[in-house]
Design a protein around this ligand. Structure first.
Ligand SMILES: [Zn+2]
Length: 110
């Protein structure tokens, strides 16, 4: 364990310290553990997947409504689409909150 000068106040501090004990300058970023990294990656992946799902869902609804002839069928598709997209948004929001919270709580500490 070597002593190095703090870049902020110049005091000799341990090279193993994350934060200068004298001036609280952050010498290095807190490291994310394995779980922190995993949850952060999952969070990003989840959002990308949901975005892909939402886009393909919108494309499907658009295709569907052009095939329908009668107003009743069109209304049914619109209602179904609204319920479906509401369901999709709910899962998205819920998943983002849960994974976001997990990523937050597993992030590195000092
Ligand atoms: Zn310092």
């Amino acid at each position: 364990m070597a002593l190095v000068p703090c870049p902020e106040c110049g005091k000799e501090i341990s090279s193993a310290a994350n934060v200068c004990p004298s001036c609280s300058f952050r010498i290095r970023k807190a490291k994310r553990g394995f779980f922190g990294f995993m949850f952060k990656s999952l969070f990003i992946l989840f959002n990308l997947l949901m975005l892909a799902w939402a886009l393909s869902y919108c494309a499907e609804i658009g295709e569907l409504s052009t095939d329908l002839s009668s107003d009743a069928e069109l209304a049914g598709a619109a209602v179904g689409g609204m319920i479906g997209s509401g369901f999709l948004m709910m899962i998205w929001a819920l998943g983002a909150i849960i994974l976001g919270a997990l990523a937050y709580f597993t992030k590195g500490k000092d």
